[in-house]
Design a protein around this ligand. Sequence first.
Ligand code: ADP
Ligand code: ASP
Ligand code: MG
Length: 447
Amino acid sequence: MKFGGTSVAGTEGMRRVARIVAAAREESPVVVTSAMAGVTDTLAGLLESALHGGAIEDGVAGLRERHLEVARALAPSDENLPRRLEELFRELRVLLRGMRLLGTTTARSADAALGFGELLAQELLVAALSGEGIRGRVVDAREVIVTDDHFGAARPDVAATRARCAERVRPLVEDGVVPVLGGYLGGTPEGVPTTLGRGGSDLSAAILGLALAARRVEIWTDVDGLLSGDPRVVPGARVIPEISFREASELAFFGARVLHPASIDPAIQGGLPVLVRNSLAPEKPGTTILQEAPGPRAAAVALRRDLALVRLRAPGWRRRRGFLERLSQRIAGHGVELVHAWPGPLGIELLVPGGRPAETLDAILAGDGERRAEEDLVLVSLVGEALASRPGLWGEALALAAERDVLRVVQGEGAISLGAVVRADRADDLARAWHGRFVDEEGEDER
Ligand code: ADP
Ligand code: ASP
Ligand code: MG
């Protein structure tokens, strides 16, 4: 059971989560918690400030007060809890002061600091569980989720994690204890702390589910499930009761923030269902992500914002041996994610996250012809098994996109998704138009 930042934000949230866990106690849950909402962002801001010699004390004091207040409310007579929190804040200060002194940070030391939100939240959640009569115990995820040393976006090693789970997690479960692990955190085989990338707590839960051969993985968040569109953009978005792994994976990749894009992979490997549920409304069934979708339909729209289209002019590149390998190595080497690529005879166009300094793009191109980048683009996607079985939908979808000046078209694997790259000011409108035409109307037909 993984609880996101909004779910555990504050005393009431922690208590609500504890009640949800208590209701599932017969099923031997293992709990993963995110940092309280906003804490990881605050930590990232403090790192930035430390690097530039700015102030850190007030920021740390604010975090300290926020966590101690929840601790006092949850466990007024527990003297150890505030002590443990203070210890964590001492460590955090030492780390941040070190960075400020040196005026530099490494990806490695940044990871050590960014994970503090989860280290703090796990302590509070155990206290909240205790309030519900549940014996919980903090288990250090840095010693359980074994990862590579790709700091900032470390990848878990399932076999090694499985062995650690057998040692440190399963015995607790067998003792009737509820293990509580901070999400987002991992550690190299040598024990150096890593993080799994922003939003990575979902991945923590999926990896643990696979490593422990759980019956299912539950992602508890602040909306009623996986919705047919981002509720802030598509007012008519509704809960998708059941969805296939591959539809959900495409949705996550194409921007449905509720799931981390890598979070379903382990579930797919192990075939275990993933549920998305609302901690504010636990009586609702949420979404179940399964092997098979319940019949072909257009499931949802998603938006991936802040992208850039980079044109690399390199005539004859197809005849240059190893060109693509070198290009993709340079892309990965600069930590740039490749969202999509269009190869052509005269060059290649790349769709990448925006906000990259021009130097990064130049370094990626490494002298291969001119670079031209178009920024502030959005990839709007329509996802659903129906797209593969009813290609007639593409024509209609593209016609609606063309009315909004579509710049490029993207088709997902297995043709179950269709995406349009449009300028930022046209994106929401296209998402609503597609949702209205394909998701709403198809839904009407089903009913
Ligand atoms: P958590 O803190 O629980 O991990 P996130 O903020 O990462 O929560 O993800 C939940 C949010 O994702 C929702 O509040 C919603 O605004 C947003 N969201 C975007 N697209 C979707 C979608 N298709 N279904 C559900 N939520 C979505
Ligand atoms: N707290 C981390 C973040 O904000 C991880 C997560 O919430 O999944 O990115
Ligand atoms: Mg999240």
